[in-house]
Design a protein around this ligand. Structure first.
Ligand code: G4P
Length: 534
């Protein structure tokens, strides 16, 4: 059902084939903001990196992007940076930098077709990268590895490749190989063409670096011993199965590797070329029954992120949805699968004044920001026409921090309930209830403690329902397979809680408490929770 006249009818399958939708996963400080900006520079979305934000006082990608948008009038939502490159439409989805919000990143990863794993050459695989990589593995997301900061001292290239294969089990397939070690970077050997790509120190990477290519013979005489060593190592890689195998990349068992320096703009063009040439395009997404929704079926999308307060003048709520099939047209009326009610998309224009063009139409792989989306929660499906379709919900992370929330103003009990419910629907926090504690004392569960700060602040400022939080001593959570076993799970070191989606969870003070309970009750049906809905 659609109210607006259709203006444009591109073929959704063809448009999908041009889309590359990905996110960057990294540990804080590996260079994600710098890389984002360098990608935009290469795609000529901006003309000068570093012009948008001063080096100090960087406020994170979201604000950087909003500033970039204002400064350049380009198409950026706080959820996705979209630009054209080499006949492709690149959608780079934003992921929060702080580890405490890794659950948000997890949801974003449900909306991408590939990921770029960004490593600091001196640090290799860091904890946050490992955690996010686990999500990619779980979802079989193909991963490209970009080893960053090669302009300064770091580890050896071979050592970094070994770390990738040993610690995360992905076979590294370097497409380029550094000439000169980290800190004494001369350039890279392009392992496909056999050419040398020279690294020129530019003015801090503010402008596009010129690419200086030499043939193998020229490099041998001009670069000397460092080139010879790179050639030798590259041959060793070939012998050990390190050549490009696109199928293995798509099957998420091997990862193409590039070496570069985001801040100096080196290797960034190669990354874009790699995305265009090899990264998977959007594919038909399976619905809850496992039936893939064809790309050229009528419009369908699912919400992976809900954000409020983007426009301080209004108490707005924007739902970011990834298009899975068909054509999105601003103004169309879709069906909200969870309620069966119509959802009008016409308000998209109020919010995204400057981005009107970009949200006018969208195709599989694109992200649309739907304004006034009070009814939409994370994981919800929207679709057009018949038959109805619903995509599987987005699984939640196993929480590691728990606190009981109570209103500090009994007169605001209604607002308290509404606020908690809304924050749960947005995915800001997981909300659990227990028969024993009662409705007025929900247990909030978080992956990182900073989520509690967000809840406390928003409950007070947005819902005028100040809360008191009492931290609970639990650290370990398991899914209860058989609810009839609940009684045995209530001890002084554990309790049983119900999640909004009807799932029963048991929480324990620590692994010792869990193990001793299992020893006493060997029949307990307890399951791990990571990516529990799958
Ligand atoms: P993040 O978003 O992943 O947290 O990282 P961000 O881009 O903010 O980069 C973190 C630091 O690493 C920044 O330095 C940035 O300049 C630096 N950096 C990023 N890419 C490279 C690179 O290729 N080579 C080198 N040498 N440094 C790089 P900072 O000191 O924290 O801030 P700034 O004052 O340099 O901005």
């Amino acid at each position: 059902m659609s109210t607006a006249p259709r203006t444009q009818h591109a073929d959704p399958s063809k448009e999908a084939a041009r889309r590359r939708t990905f996110a960057v996963i990294s540990h804080p400080d590996a260079g994600k903001s710098t890389l984002t900006e360098a990608l935009a520079l290469h795609a000529k979305v901006i003309s000068e990196a570093g012009a948008v934000h001063g080096k100090a006082g960087r406020r994170g990608v979201v604000s950087d992007w909003l500033e970039m948008e204002q400064a350049r009038g380009i198409s950026i939502t706080s959820a996705a940076l979209q630009f054209e490159y080499d006949d492709c439409v690149i959608n780079l989805l934003d992921t929060p930098g702080h580890a405490d919000f890794s659950e948000d990143t997890y949801r974003v990863l449900a909306a991408v077709d590939s990921a770029v794993m960004l490593l600091d050459a001196a640090k290799g695989l860091e904890p946050q990268t490992l955690k996010l990589f686990d999500v990619c593995r779980h979802r079989d997301i193909p991963v490209i590895t970009f080893i960053n900061k090669w302009d300064r001292p770091g580890r050896e290239a071979l050592q970094l490749c070994d770390e990738i294969s040993e610690r995360i089990g992905l076979r590294p397939m370097p497409l380029t190989w550094p000439v000169g070690e980290a800190g004494h970077f001369r350039g890279v050997l392009d392992r496909e063409s056999g050419e040398f790509v020279g690294y020129e120190r530019s003015d801090g990477g503010a402008h596009l670096a010129r690419e200086n290519r030499l043939t193998a013979d020229e490099a041998a005489s001009e670069v000397g011993a460092e080139w010879d060593r790179a050639v030798e190592e590259s041959e060793l890689l070939t012998e050990s199965g390190g050549d490009l195998d696109t199928e293995a990349f798509h099957a998420a068992v091997a990862t193409p590797v590039l070496f570069g320096s985001a801040v100096r703009n080196f290797g960034v063009g190669q990354l874009l070329d790699l995305l265009v040439r090899l990264a998977p395009q959007p594919a038909a997404r399976p619905d809850t029954r496992g039936t893939p929704r064809a790309l050229d079926a009528p419009f369908s999308a699912f919400v992976f992120k809900v954000q409020t307060g983007m426009d301080p003048a209004h108490r707005d709520r924007v739902a970011f949805a990834r298009v899975c099939s068909g054509e999105f047209e601003r103004g169309m009326v879709a069906t909200h699968a969870a309620t069966g009610k119509p959802f009008a998309t016409k308000y998209a224009q109020h919010m995204f004044g400057q981005q009107r063009d970009t949200v006018e139409t969208a195709y599989p792989g694109d992200v649309v920001g739907l304004v006034n989306a009070t009814a939409l929660g994370v994981g919800d499906t929207l679709y057009e026409g018949k038959p109805a379709v619903e995509f599987p919900g987005i699984p939640s992370f196993a929480p590691e921090h728990f606190a009981v929330a109570r209103t500090s103003d009994p007169g605001r009990a209604k607002q308290f309930r509404r606020g908690v419910e809304q924050l749960a629907q947005e995915g800001v926090i997981q909300v659990l209830h227990s028969e024993v504690r009662g409705e007025g004392a929900p247990v909030l569960a978080a992956v990182g403690p900073m989520q509690f700060d967000v809840v406390t602040q928003r409950m007070e400022s947005e819902f005028r329902a100040p809360i008191k939080l009492e931290r609970l001593p639990y650290q370990v959570v398991r899914l209860v397979g058989d609810r009839n076993q609940s009684a045995a799970l209530r001890t002084h070191n554990s309790e049983v809680l119900e999640r909004r989606d009807g799932v029963t969870l048991a929480v324990f003070t620590d692994n010792i408490a869990l193990r001793s309970l299992v020893r006493l009750n060997p029949d307990l049906d307890l399951r791990h929770l990571v990516a529990d809905a799958e």
